[in-house]
Write a new protein. Structure first.
Lengths: 342, 384
């Protein structure tokens, strides 16, 4: 019951955070002077096309771009009655993309869940790699295993994501015949989900997952190793060894459990950097996630599109952090339910 | 030393029986803090080497123009995508000093690539301390003397040339000027904000603390890169490269401070209750003075170590932004701008040398990491 109450509390704080974030995003999006339509209008006026100007003026009114900024925000969120009544994000209307001349929902469509899939895969990869390697590096500290994993980890931290992407892509294709570019074979695009489509997506996911996950995995590995080393020096470990417990059983039964907590708590740090990485890698590798769309939207000042994508990305990380917080409370009874107070 | 008549040697200096008592038990207990830190840091070999290396790199920055044989945007229309040239010492088995063989470009009409063939009969000696393109030493003193220049009638592309026939080696040196300073400016901004907000939150506590803490949590839970992108997309495109450079570094710093503020706050919360703080307050010191004189020096060293560890993130951030075309722009030269050219698979496969700027990035980032680790380990000299 207490658990449930905490989950509900956490959910509401997340919603509040999201609200603050939406204000922040709206401000950032509106930082550049003018908007897409007013830029278009000046352009049209310069070339003397009055017909286009009328259309753009109409659109400006239609999307309430001629109102003060705070009203625009409320209308965009759906808290305020705009030209079409209450019709904003919370009513499920994601806005209109001027650049593509289509509703935002239509443009992002598939790429929303593909983004989620890519990030989920990357997180699973981080755990799958960091957990065994971190434990191994701690258990065999100061041996070649430790040094090799530390070296690879440092390299993973230092190599810019996008370069790793390009290089792995090239060699992956050359030596392992991994597919190049995109998240699925072009024939599957726009098709309903099928077994073959799934297989194609999985095959295309290998390189991106590896690239996005590497830096996160190396950071997490180092942290786990340090935690494990702290625990390994404690008397209870010595007791277990003295009792004649098998080393592998001893490791997993006691120190690993304690060292595991920060591991879960770390999702909050891991997720934002993961999502950042996936945006960058998607642009380089041409994945059909929202990364490339975000880039074009930002460059062309297509405000509703970029604001929505930023909101989605923020939502993704906030949900992930919330889940990790709840998991942490379930995992560790020592953590108080009232949230962290210093 | 005198030799006595009985053959023994005796020291002339007067013997003080109390000397042993007056000496501090261990000389190092009396040493100032920085000596202790330095002593411990010296044992951290990797950190030491990284530190020296970084110092050399930063010292080199003002002299980039002197070391580079070409100007940053000097085009060589006849040598587009020229492969790296090596410096030879022996010609026909005879030592004639450092020289290169001139390369001639030929268009391969089947693959539409340039092929370069060196003329092995014609060694050209590299000139030293010679005149070349004009540059400004440290951005102030105009000069045209270079450490070494390409010989007459030949080129000297140590690391090849790029799409427009510009020397990759020279551009890397010039690029270092921006790429390496971005991190420093960014970290100063983040340092300032982090200490300001962290100390306010930690020292005053209560409602201010709550607000600042929520802001920190929100900023930390957001993915950095999309926000960086959004902020730098807001930079007007008609600004000068220098202005763009400063604003980009400030953007990098603005989103970095929450992590620092958090650790500052945690330290303040624990130190606030110490007796000496209470004493200072009793004596009527203002809160600003208590923060600056009594609290900050306590963990300044710790902050410096963590700052060293977050510079690499900024360098990588600048690279990523410029790479995506939202950071520094064309006439400016940075490593990210250079890598922008190597964005596609074709350049990795056919012109791998255009991706060389990634090597300095990796090395610098690694060096900062090692230096930061070393500093962190050695800044607490009393702890074993």
């Amino acid at each position: 019951m207490v658990m449930l109450r905490y989950a509900v509390y956490r959910f509401f704080t997340m919603l509040l955070t999201l609200l603050v974030v939406s204000v922040l995003i709206f401000i950032i999006i509106n930082l550049p002077p003018g908007d897409y339509l007013s830029n278009q209008i000046t352009e049209l006026q310069a070339s003397g096309q009055s017909a286009g100007v009328a259309k753009a003026e109409f659109l400006r009114q239609e999307y309430a771009l001629d109102r003060p900024l705070w009203e625009q925000y409320l209308i965009w969120m759906g808290f305020w009655s705009g030209p079409n009544g209450f019709d904003g994000l919370i009513q499920g209307n994601y806005g209109w993309s001027f650049e593509f001349d289509r509703p935002v929902a239509e443009i992002v469509g598939d790429s929303l869940w593909l983004t989620a899939v890519v990030n989920l895969a990357a997180i699973l990869f981080v755990y799958a790699v960091a957990l065994p390697l971190g434990v191994l590096a701690a258990a065999k500290s100061r041996t070649w295993i430790d040094y090799t994993s530390a070296f690879v980890g440092y390299l993973g931290l230092a190599t810019p994501n996008f370069l790793l992407a390009l290089i792995l892509f090239y060699y992956g294709h050359q030596y392992f015949n991994l597919p190049i570019g995109g998240l699925m074979d072009p024939i599957f695009e726009g098709q309903p989900m099928s077994w073959d489509k799934m297989k194609s997506i999985l095959l295309h996911l290998i390189v991106p997952t590896f690239v996005i996950g590497t830096s996160g995995a190396s950071a997490m590995m180092q942290r786990l190793r340090a935690n494990m080393l702290d625990e390994l020096g404690k008397p209870y470990v010595e007791t277990a060894v003295a009792k004649g417990m098998a080393p592998s059983r001893m490791l997993t039964k006691y120190p690993l459990r304690i060292a595991f907590n920060p591991f879960v708590a770390d999702i909050g740090n891991l997720l934002p950097s993961m999502v950042s990485g996936s945006v960058l890698v998607s642009v380089v590798l041409g994945l059909q996630t929202i990364g490339p769309t975000l880039l074009t939207a930002l460059k062309t000042q297509d405000q509703f599109l970029s604001a929505f994508i930023l909101m989605f990305v923020a939502l993704l990380t906030l949900i992930g952090t919330m889940i990790s917080d709840i998991l942490l409370v379930m995992l560790d009874p020592r953590i108080r339910y009232e949230g962290r107070e210093a | 030393m005198t030799k006595r008549s009985d053959g023994r040697y005796v020291d002339d200096a007067p013997f003080d029986p109390d000397a042993a008592l007056q000496q501090v038990e261990r000389a190092d207990l009396d040493a100032p803090n920085w000596v202790l830190v330095w002593r411990k840091f010296k044992t951290h070999k990797l950190g030491l080497i990284s530190g020296v290396f970084l110092l050399l790199c930063y010292l080199m920055l003002p002299f980039a123009g002197f070391i580079a044989p070409y100007g940053p945007n000097e085009r060589n229309g006849e040598h587009l995508y020229a492969p790296p040239q090596s410096i030879h010492w022996f010609h026909d088995g005879e030592f004639i000093g450092p020289h290169v063989y001139p390369i001639v470009a030929e268009a391969d009409l089947e693959t539409f690539q340039w092929t370069f063939t060196p003329d092995l009969e014609d060694p050209r000696k590299i000139k030293f301390f010679c005149e070349g393109t004009e540059y400004k030493l440290a951005g102030l003193i105009a000069s045209d003397t270079h450490l070494f220049c390409p010989p007459e009638g030949a080129t000297l592309f140590l690391w090849g040339s790029d799409r427009l026939g510009r020397d990759v080696f020279s551009r890397i040196l010039y690029g270092a000027q921006l790429s390496l300073t971005v991190g420093l400016i960014g970290i100063s901004v983040s340092f300032f904000l982090g200490i300001l907000f962290g100390s306010i939150a930690g020292y005053f506590g209560g409602r201010i603390d709550w607000v600042i803490n929520r802001v920190i949590e929100i900023l930390r839970s957001l993915p950095e890169l999309p926000l960086w992108l959004a902020l730098s997309a807001a930079v007007p495109s008609n600004w000068s490269p220098v202005a763009v450079f400063f604003i980009i570094s400030i953007i990098l710093g603005i989103l970095d401070w929450p992590g620092l503020a958090r650790s500052v706050r945690a330290k303040f919360l624990s130190l606030r209750e110490e007796e000496y703080v209470r004493a200072a307050e009793m004596m009527g010191a203002s809160s600003g003075r208590v923060i600056r004189k009594h609290l900050l020096p306590n963990f300044m060293s710790h902050l410096i170590a963590s700052a060293t560890l977050s510079i690499p993130a900024m360098i990588l951030g600048e690279t990523a932004l410029s790479f995506l075309g939202l950071g520094l722009r064309a006439p400016a030269v940075s490593w990210g701008v250079m890598l922008n050219d190597a964005q596609n698979l074709a350049s990795i496969e056919i012109y791998p040398w255009t991706a060389i700027p990634m090597l300095p990035i990796i090395v610098i980032v690694l060096a900062f990491n090692f230096l930061g680790d070393g500093l962190r380990d050695s800044l607490d000299p009393y702890q074993q």
